[in-house]
Design a binder for this molecule. Sequence first.
Ligand code: GDP
Ligand code: MG
Length: 162
Amino acid sequence: KVPVVALVGRPNVGKSTIFNRLIGERVSIVEDHPGVTRDRIYATGRWIGKEYRLIDTGGIDMSNEPLMNQVRYQADLAMDEADVIVMVTSVREGVTLEDEEVAQRLHRTNKPVVLAINKADNPEQRQMIYDFYTLGLGDPIPISGSHGTGIGDLLDKIVELF
Ligand code: GDP
Ligand code: MG
């Protein structure tokens, strides 16, 4: 069975950017799954010969819902569907209430969780990831979806957990 990887995290942290990075550059097949949602939230990726299914839980349009409900729904979906969960947040705002809510929900799963800190575009920002240890999800991995840095390290960590 192909392992499922889910991206979760509050809006605007860069999940869609990372999704496109993960499938766009290093990955062979991209599939649409009409009927799931209007957005393309599923794709097939490959890294060092290992295939996986990627879900962008943020691609489900819940813009009518309060922010806290959106992130709760995403975390619950990931805990149900994924084999590996990638929590994405951003170094720009530091740890927010929504980040803490997502992390608290993810503490209840025994599935592996990887913590990716996006928008770490330069060395100064990569130094600021240490605050995110307070989420209790292990080592924060600095990445930049815009620049593509750290994406390989993130993928290494993900496939290690299959
Ligand atoms: P999502 O709501 O989590 O899916 O976030 P998006 O992927 O739509 O990105 C939200 C905004 O953050 C967009 O304006 C992106 O261009 C920007 N963004 C995404 N990744 C990065 C990054 O690594 N660095 C910076 N500076 N901006 C980013
Ligand atoms: Mg998005």
